[in-house]
Design a protein around this ligand. Sequence first.
Ligand SMILES: Cc1cc2nc3c(=O)[nH]c(=O)nc-3n(C[C@H](O)[C@H](O)[C@H](O)COP(=O)(O)O)c2cc1C
Length: 342
Amino acid sequence: MSTNIPASADEIPDLPLLQTIGNRRSIRYFDPDKKVEPWKIQAMLQSARLASCQGNINATEAVVIQKETCSPEVWEDLEECVSGFNVQLFTQSSHVIIWLTNINAWYGRANDGLSTLALSGALTKYHGWNYEFSMTQTIPRLMSFPTERTDLLLRFETGLAVNQALLTSVALGVGSCLCAFGRKPQGVEKALGLPPHYKFTWAHVVGYPLEDEKAGGQRVRMKFDKLFHDGEFGKPLHADPAVDTLLAEKGLIQEQAPLGGRFEEIDRLAEQFGRDPGVVSWPEKELRRLIADDDWDFGPRIKERAEQVLAEGGLPDYPEEMRETFEKLMEEHGLDTSKYLS
Ligand SMILES: Cc1cc2nc3c(=O)[nH]c(=O)nc-3n(C[C@H](O)[C@H](O)[C@H](O)COP(=O)(O)O)c2cc1C
């Protein structure tokens, strides 16, 4: 039995969905002395378990790890896998959730998964489902997919499940960040002794935020009409400003970063843990080009910050020795290098 569970459901925060999505940030500063209650981790995992999954095959699994209870060897092995810029997140978080994708669920559970959907009243004759066709056509066809294809399909699903866990953490006042663990290829699989059909998909650190839960404001994205297409590819779909106003009132669209005091907050946190203060800056020419790029939804605050950074100076130089490499990498993908490498 878990301890410290709420006495009643009324004690569980009830953040509305749009507000929860709006509040979500990748949290990168955790209180190393504050553990997340097991019931909140359970709620996150339950949310992941209930995410939509093809044919109800339940391919997403997770290993929940805490430094205090994990074997030191496994912890050390995992630490070796963490990308350098994630080490603080890993060591100061309360829990690390290692999300896994079981590729064999596709081959081993499609039959039973579909049967559960039929029993649940979700798979119906109305939609053309028929047992004989399923067994002679649909399921054998699905099961004949090569593992590369299955891998893609199921990793997508794991992404959906992880996002549900992420949003649940936000709703419960817990911070989350996904973390690359790519420093040692296959390192996580080895550390956890995973069978070959279990793929390590992503690591997720969880803890109580030490930074403000708004983490300095909503992070800028590309403009809506640069991402979404209206009926045909290349025809921009425009957001209705009146709808955006309502969504802002509901807390989905929030004030853009950087909010006032964010850089002071970063420096305060750095001092608290004996780390370097400040943020990284890009070269002057790069910054001017970016901030003038109409694809991005830059609001006044981020533009002002760019102006301030430019005015303060001391920015790095573009690494000219890398120009050719970047040109080659972009050209390989048919990208217009003049936009980025003028
Ligand atoms: C699949 C995935 C992997 C990520 N990996 C990292 C990571 O390794 N380290 C990190 O600090 N942030 C990581 N992030 C967080 C993104 O950098 C973050 O989403 C982005 O900065 C936008 O900020 P927001 O999440 O606060 O909106 C990852 C996000 C995703 C979706």
